[in-house]
Design a protein around this ligand. Structure first.
Ligand SMILES: [Zn+2]
Length: 307
């Protein structure tokens, strides 16, 4: 069975008014799950918020203590960077988001569920060791990989990040860790516009030009990316599932159709069956056209359910 980890607080975290990373993103996904009749096929497990040590495994102590000591008055916003602001619920939401993915990894590795999706906000893949960035507070997927290794659930982890933006935070947190492989595809140039590894033994970055279609992407995926993944060994796949490569997304200019996310997910599911007994934990990152986001996540979930 596929498990979905979510919590009401993920809708209570908010950025500034009219921010694209908005609570309605959760509603659009839940609506699409209901519309596609997936709700009764999913389990909704309980989870606890992450502990401080679960964050310190990948973030700098000063940054973690600064975030955890914030006291934000109801109705106030606190700005962490130019496009990331938080309210009185945000730190709690970030702690529960990390708790959710850590529990999902535990449950999939123990075979309680065959795979899992974490429906949480704020997202995580731009948060670096010492800073919030790009709507993200904690680097959830990278931290989940580090926690899985520390708890000896796995020996090696592959992170697949197909969000339209480079997973700079994930890369920053894991790049020196020899048991984690990282693949990130992203429109380039585009936010975060940072340097990225080009010849790293465990990191494959795939910059894509504006206008790239899902069909073109899937050709490169089959010809260049899958062979790289087949050459390495891992016991778990973590996905940074951003749906902002969709042609309707307002923050980027790639041209994926909704069904391209189904094809990509199916290919990842097949890879997981070949390499790691189907173990996948997928985590929501970006995706800012509400309807396209909902339908793209529903199609992603259908492939996880059908695996
Ligand atoms: Zn993104």
């Amino acid at each position: 069975m596929t498990a979905l980890y979510t919590h009401p607080i993920f809708k209570m975290h908010n950025n500034t008014i009219s921010h694209p990373e908005c609570p309605e993103r959760i509603d659009s996904i839940i609506n699409a799950i209901e519309k596609n009749n997936l709700m009764n096929q999913l389990s909704f497990p309980h989870f606890e918020k992450a502990m401080k040590e679960d964050i310190l495994i990948g973030h700098d102590q000063k940054y973690v203590e600064d975030i955890l000591s914030l006291s934000i008055t109801s109705g106030q916003q606190h700005h962490l960077d130019t496009d990331t602001s938080i309210n009185e619920h945000s730190v709690e939401a970030a702690l529960l988001g990390l708790g959710a993915i850590n529990q999902a990894v535990r449950d999939v590795c123990s075979k309680k569920y065959k795979n899992a999706f974490v429906l949480a906000r704020p997202p995580g893949h731009h948060a670096e060791k010492d800073s919030a960035m790009g709507f993200c507070i904690f680097s959830n997927v990278a931290l989940a990989a580090l926690n899985a290794l520390k708890r000896k659930f796995v020996k090696k982890v592959l992170i697949i990040d197909f969000d339209v933006h480079h997973g700079n935070g994930t890369e920053n947190v894991i790049e020196n860790h020899e048991d984690i492989y990282f693949f990130s595809s992203f429109q380039h140039p585009l936010y975060p516009n940072r340097s990225f590894n080009k010849n790293h033994p465990r990191i494959l970055n795939l910059p894509l030009k504006s206008g790239t279609t899902g069909k073109e992407y899937l050709e490169v995926w089959s010809n260049d990316v899958l062979p790289w993944m087949h050459k390495i060994d891992f016991d778990l796949i973590l996905i940074s599932a951003g749906m902002d490569a969709h042609r309707l997304d307002p923050l980027a200019n790639l041209n994926f159709e909704t069904e391209d996310f189904a094809k990509l997910t199916k290919s990842i599911v097949n890879l997981s069956k070949d390499k790691c007994q189907g173990k996948i934990v997928s985590n929501l990152e970006g995706g800012y056209h509400l309807e396209a986001l909902g339908e793209s996540i529903a199609t992603h979930l259908k492939e996880l359910l059908d695996s």
